[in-house]
Design a protein around this ligand. Structure first.
Ligand code: HEC
Length: 120
């Protein structure tokens, strides 16, 4: 029993800082993020509303990625996305982009779109 309690305490210590880190995304400038989103071409694959498209790239609006993962995807994309190195896009630019995509409007509920519900 004592071992289990010690193990749980250890787990809490290990998880605690990870959560604290996630909460501390650097402050970003939404306006500049919007400018960059268009300037460096994110919109070409992810759409102007960040909605994504089957053939070009996934939805990025309101991303739930923590900032570290978002930045990692920009620097080392996993698949088809082109890399954005620090010389092209600084960490602060990435923070601005992050702030911008995080505050994009939520997609509409499909039930509220008549065309998708056979009521038109
Ligand atoms: C040429 C097309 C293209 C461009 C330009 C592009 N992306 Fe991507 N993006 C992708 C594709 C395809 C993926 C799927 C994973 C991969 O290929 O790395 C992706 C994945 C992502 C993801 C992870 C989403 C998820 O849920 O897995 C994020 C976040 C992202 N892109 C942000 C951006 C931002 C911000 C920019 C502009 C700086 C950008 N992308 C530019 C094609 C693109």
């Amino acid at each position: 029993m004592k071992h289990i309690i010690l193990a749980l305490a250890g787990l809490a210590l290990a998880v605690g800082p990870a959560c604290a880190q996630q909460a501390s995304a650097p402050a970003g400038n939404v306006e500049n993020g919007k400018t960059l989103y268009l300037q460096v071409g994110c919109y070409q694959c992810h759409g102007r509303a960040g909605q994504g498209a089957q053939m070009t790239g996934p939805r990025v609006s309101r991303t739930e990625f923590p900032f570290e993962s978002f930045l990692f995807q920009l620097r080392h994309p996993v698949n088809q996305m082109p890399p954005y190195e620090a010389a092209v896009l600084s960490d602060q630019d990435a923070a601005d982009l992050y702030a911008y995509v995080r505050q994009m409007p939520a997609p509409r509920d499909p039930k509220s779109i008549p065309l998708l519900n056979g009521t038109r």
